[in-house]
Design a protein. Structure first.
Lengths: 912, 289
């Protein structure tokens, strides 16, 4: 079978150029590979002092006393701060969406501790040694309480946060499966119920968290911080501290990996920053690896049950997903991961889908993003498809062919109402199959089985929303500012930020091509909030897509300026000007060629020679707003051998077939994919952050938290499809894909190898002991024969049900609906504050909802005297109708907002 | 991750080192290659008053021949053990074991004596010393003592070394030319401590096993001598050897533990198998026992 032609008629990519599309050597590498990078710990400021934290030794309890006297007397200690000492500073722990948390969170523990490792006291000392000496001498008396550790504990345990009704931090969807959907599931020829348990993961950046902060004057701050965007850190801190953004300068030259952990500061960084404001001298805190494994936020720890109905041909009929995530005590996001449900069937022809999704507070360290935060959707879908294929008796590739959305099927709309125009997972799969002979493998597999060797083939396909912009406050466009300096050299300042992404290389490739200069003559700067414009940096596989588009646009604006000036000087038409290799040529008049430097010298220094109205200098900037979402697609295959004596897995081959649109630099693309795949291998086979029943972490060093080594990672084979996207330049994001598609690919290969022994429960990591248990049909994992752990999540009682609006009788006291109400809607992106203005006329209701983004009017009805029913249509992030059902009691208002496919959100508020 | 304060001395002779250790009265910790000690210090899990760095003591280095024995200085770096011609000739299985310790970078500093002194139950070298009936020579200001490796280990990281004693050598009795090395370990990643492992040597003469020294690692609180298996093997003719039965007996001597990586039952199940397959391969019987 041959792969279909791709990249034809699908929008306009920039294709390849002299530099674009080439494996150009990275500008960053000589510096990084010779130890000349500049990371936070390389920064030392005059008068700088060092910080360490006293951290909670227990997972949950009340703090009775913090005794700092002995620690304070250690020579070299300058100050010890507890929350009480810094409480007068505004220091809010905002989410990635810049929303304030709906439970109390403070930089240092405020009277209670909620996880092992929670910072309680901050020590400022001459050096880190002394700071640690003192930290160990701070004595904390606790009234110990039983912690809530697992998802099962969260459902039945006492609320982690005092004053809340239960441990549900966020919830969307319906608690009861819709009747129509239930009927479809029940009546289907095949109904598969599949549960996936994903372990907790430590992002494990090579460079741990860290900050150097200095107060300049009374209210200006300069920070060196390891982060994913200096601009986002500046904006976040400005809102958190209530200081003007311009007073905060954030510098992060080189960063040793972020992976989602470093989207924005958290407790420790904020505590150090506030301490610097208070103490006045520059402070440094470099997180050590122990702190990173115990105290830095973590990711995943999810359980999901997916029901999928198939007809006898293996075609999808309907599905329902129930998802839970353990987000710890102080998560960076009160997350219930709605994206899991938005994308679980997005690339497949799925007629009907319903879901329940919940995030749970526990007494563990909080949640932060990790490469492909919604990856569960691909893991559970691609593994259930293989299970279904085995159950129904269809080839796993065939079941995908019958259900995947192909280019021919588009444009179309997913069952979650996401428009699809140009996704190519089916085409990536065919390209993969043209490269990998499945029939030959099956023969080899059969022959090997006869020798007692168990080979397996895993295949998976997926799509991923990349380069998202415009629907969430922080997910903006990207800014490119470029200039040809009077010397003729090109410098650009980008809103991007690299944690190893190579943006200084890829953006330079674009400018060199668009301006007609040598790659060596282009320098790209980023990593300083005082220059360049806002962007969230590396988040959501966006920089190549959006910043790439911005660089093209800015480069073209500047090239046009050069041409205009050159044409004017040569008295030629603009069309006759060509810039190549730093030379500006005039067609037909080689004698009129000028160097770019000569042109630049005129542009900057000889205003008399410029065309009328020409702005002196050679500078351009462009902020590019891409389409709301750009999809990347891929299909992967891997071959493994499982040793049935030991349960050990050996990866024999791995092929990645992805569509990243225009590849600016194929080596950078492959580096991104390979890194993600390595992380997927770690998640499937090795990594696990677990806790004992008192909430103590069981992996506090890299001896126990097992990252994949280079010897665990095979040499990947890469196939690239290059279907240009609709964004400028045609790029698609590749930052997260490997980590998303890699997990089911490997799980499927292992399950295929062990199919003769039965299904492999997808309970990550698949350790040798777990796999040998499948092979032998007995428990080789548990210490002793323990009773089956009860599945609690699915039957978790919802302690505080939404108000029952229908039954509310008209209260005896007068209902005063008319007027303004302050209301908070708990949405998947955090609490949204708004003002509700209501006017009643009998049972007629009118008014508007106002928020920072604007206001929208509505009309509705009043039932039973206090029950307000009204609808609002919104366009962003998707076109949906919001159905409000609110109840007024006295000066309080509460109820639900049904948000179409997103299920319901809770609303609470009071009269203004 | 910064150590608690400590005093540091770096003696240049064994006598000097013993004097310092004696004076410290139990408050001293000896530092050889530091590959375990440094992380323990940094995690503050170890907080000694004095670190006695023995890297400058020339007498503690090198490999030498004694009467019917190979004597290894405790400060022999693991990387040097791998390239030692004497060890390749006389103790090939020890070289094989050392190759499985950690990684290139750690073996450049890590020492043979340090690993044997620490007594990590899942480590390769303590088990090798036990398997091959090595003797640990120790010195204090009171004199010299020789401890059979089989009596050296009491539990995880616990041994019979007194607080004032310093390991000065490890002697391995000779094995005849042509003896068969036996080594197999299962670790989740190369360089990790083993989930389960065996190490040892066999002598086969005229179709009969005449000598066997075998020990387990990762299969109990200390390295465990596979005594029952050794007894079954010695005197056995290769023709009638029931490898499966030996493996079954060998596992009976172990006391594996449960941890987050594997259950005791996993270790027993797999231990039996790697014992059988390693033995089969070593003897090249090729038959399924």
């Amino acid at each position: 079978m041959t792969a279909p032609e791709m990249g034809t008629g699908m929008g306009t990519g920039i294709g390849t150029g002299r530099y674009i599309g080439q494996r150009v050597r990275r500008k960053e590498d000589p510096r990084l590979l010779t130890g000349r990078g500049q990371f936070v710990d390389d920064i030392s400021l005059p008068g700088m002092l060092h910080c360490a934290f006293t951290r909670s030794q227990i997972a949950r309890g009340k703090i009775l006393a913090i005794k700092t006297d002995v620690a304070r007397d250690v020579p070299g200690v300058h100050a010890i701060y507890t929350q009480q000492d810094i409480a007068h500073y505004k220091a809010d722990l905002l989410s990635f969406f810049l929303a304030a948390p709906d439970v109390e969170m403070t930089p240092l523990a405020n009277g209670r501790v909620a996880y092992v490792g929670e910072p309680i006291a901050l020590i400022i000392a001459d050096n880190r040694h002394i700071a640690e000496d003192a930290a160990s001498l701070v004595e904390v008396d606790y009234a110990d309480e039983d912690p809530v550790v697992t998802l099962a504990d969260a459902a039945r345990g006492l609320p982690v946060h005092p004053g809340t009704d239960n441990n549900i931090a966020a919830q969307m969807g319906e608690e009861e499966i819709d009747e129509e959907l239930a009927a479809k599931l029940k009546s289907a020829p095949h109904l598969i119920t599949h549960k996936v348990v994903h372990q907790r993961i430590s992002q494990s950046p090579m460079e741990t968290r860290g900050v150097v902060v200095t107060r300049d004057g009374t209210e200006e701050l300069t920070l060196y911080i390891t982060c994913q965007s200096p601009h986002l850190v500046a904006r976040w801190l400005s809102l958190s501290l209530g200081l003007p953004e311009t007073a905060i300068r954030v510098i992060a030259k080189d960063v040793g990996g972020g992976f989602g952990l470093k989207n924005h500061p958290w407790k420790e960084e904020l505590a150090v920053i506030v301490a610097a404001l208070k103490f006045g001298r520059p402070l440094k805190w470099i997180e050590d690896r122990y702190e990173n494994l115990v105290g830095a936020n973590q990711a995943r720890e999810q359980e999901m049950t997916l029901q999928v109905a198939f007809d006898n041909d293996g075609k999808l009929i309907a599905s329902h997903g129930d998802y839970s995530v353990n987000i710890g005590a102080c998560p960076q996001l009160p997350e219930c991961n709605i994206a899991v449900h938005m994308f679980v069937w997005a690339a497949y022809k799925m007629p009907a889908y319903g879901f329940l999704t919940r995030g749970w507070y526990t007494n563990t360290v909080g949640y932060a993003a990790y490469r492909g935060p919604w990856a569960m959707e691909t893991l559970i879908r691609e593994t259930v498809l293989d299970i279904a294929a085995r159950r129904i008796g269809i080839d796993p590739i065939e079941i995908r062919r019958r259900n995947l959305v192909t280019l021919k099927d588009q444009p179309t709309m997913t069952c979650m109402e996401i428009p699809l125009e140009d996704i190519t997972p089916a085409e990536c799969l065919e390209k993969l199959l043209a490269h990998f002979d499945v029939a030959a493998f099956r023969k080899q597999q059969e022959a090997a089985r006869k020798e007692g060797r168990y080979l397996g083939l895993g295949v998976a396909a997926y799509i991923e929303p990349t380069g998202a912009a415009g629907s969430i406050a922080t997910m903006t466009g990207e800014l490119a500012q470029v200039q040809i300096e009077p010397t003729g050299k090109v410098t650009a300042i980008m809103s991007t930020h690299s944690q190893g992404h190579g943006t200084a290389t890829t953006m330079a490739q674009i400018f060199a091509d668009r301006l007609g200069v040598r790659y060596e003559d282009v320098t790209v700067f980023e990593g300083d909030s005082s220059r360049g414009g806002f962007s969230p940096g590396a988040a959501g596989s966006r920089q190549g897509v959006i910043a790439g588009g911005a660089a093209i646009m800015a480069g073209d604006l500047l090239a046009a300026k050069v041409k205009q000036l050159a044409a004017h000087l040569a008295e030629a038409s603009v069309d006759a000007i060509r810039i190549e290799d730093g030379m500006v040529h005039v067609e037909g008049s080689p004698e009129k060629s000028r160097t770019l430097r000569q042109i630049a010298e005129i542009a900057y220094g000889e205003p008399d020679r410029l065309p009328p109205g020409f702005e002196p200098g050679l500078e351009a900037k462009y902020r590019y707003q891409p389409p709301p979402m750009t999809f990347a697609s891929a299909a992967n295959a891997c071959v493994v051998e499982v040793d049935t004596d030991t349960g050990f897995v050996k990866i024999l081959r791995w092929i990645s077939s992805e569509d990243c649109g225009t590849p600016i630099n194929p080596s950078v693309v492959e580096g991104q994919i390979a890194g993600g795949l390595a992380q997927a291998i770690g998640m499937v086979l090795l990594e696990e952050m677990s806790f004992d029943d008192r909430g103590n972490p069981l992996a506090a060093t890299y001896k126990d938290y097992m990252l994949p080594l280079i010897s665990d990672v095979p040499t990947f084979e890469f196939l690239h499809a290059n279907t240009p996207s609709k964004s400028v330049g045609g790029m698609r994001g590749v930052g997260e894909g490997g980590a998303i598609i890699g997990t089911p690919t490997l799980v499927n290969a292992i399950a295929d190898a062990l199919a003769p022994f039965g299904e492999v429960p997808v309970d990550l990591p698949l350790t040798p002991a777990k796999l040998l248990s499948v092979i032998e049909g007995r428990d080789l994992v548990s210490p002793t024969v323990a009773p089956e752990a009860p599945v609690v999540v699915a039957v978790a009682p919802l302690v505080s049900a939404a108000p029952v609006v229908q039954a509310a009788p008209a209260p005896a006291n007068e209902i005063l609906i008319d007027g303004d109400w302050k209301m908070v809607l708990s949405t998947p992106v955090g609490p949204q504050e708004m003002t509700g203005h209501f006017e009643t006329d009998g049972t007629a209701l009118s008014g508007y909802l106002a928020a920072a983004e604007g206001q929208q009017a509505f009309t509705g009805v009043v039932e039973n005297g206090n029950n307000l029913l009204f609808d609002l249509k919104v366009e962003k992030p998707l076109k949906i109708t919001l159905k409000y059902n609110l109840t007024v009691e006295g000066n309080r208002i509460s109820g639900k907002c049904k948000m179409g496919i997103f299920g319901s959100a809770k609303l609470t508020g009071h009269k203004l | 991750m910064k150590p608690a304060p400590f005093d540091y001395v770096a003696p240049t002779t064994i006598e000097e080192a013993c004097a310092v250790i004696a004076e410290a009265g139990g408050g001293a910790t000896v530092m050889a290659g530091g590959q375990t000690l440094m992380p323990l210090l940094n995690l503050r899990m170890s907080q000694p008053f004095i670190i006695v760095d023995i890297n400058k003591i020339a007498e503690l280095k090198g490999v030498s021949r004694g009467a019917g024995v190979t004597r290894i200085g405790p400060m022999l770096r693991q990387c040097d053990a791998i390239t030692s011609e004497a060890l390749a000739r006389d103790l090939p299985v020890l070289v094989q074991a050392v190759r499985h310790i950690g990684h290139h970078q750690t073996r450049n500093r890590g020492t043979v004596g340090g690993s044997i002194a620490l007594g990590e139950p899942a480590a390769e070298l303590p088990a090798t010393a036990v398997a091959l009936n090595a003797t640990i020579e120790v010195r204090s200001t009171a004199g010299t003592r020789k401890i059979p490796a089989s009596e050296f280990y009491l539990g995880p990281y616990m041994n019979t070394l007194q607080p004032d004693e310093l390991i000065t050598g490890i002697t391995f009795p000779d094995w005849p030319k042509g003896h068969i090395p036996l080594f197999r370990e299962l670790a989740q990643r190369p360089g990790d401590f083993a989930l389960v492992g065996i190490v040892g040597a066999l002598v086969v003469e005229a179709g009969k096993i005449t000598r066997a020294g075998i020990a387990w690692f990762g299969m109990g609180p200390t390295p465990i001598k596979a005594k029952t298996a050794e007894q079954m093997l010695v005197g056995q003719s290769l023709d009638t050897l029931d490898i499966q039965a030996v493996a079954e007996s060998a596992i009976a001597d172990t006391a594996p533990f449960d941890d987050q990586h594997a259950s005791a039952e996993y270790r027993r199940t797999v231990g039996k198998r790697i014992f059988a397959s390693a033995l089969r391969e070593a003897l090249k019987t090729g038959e399924v026992a």
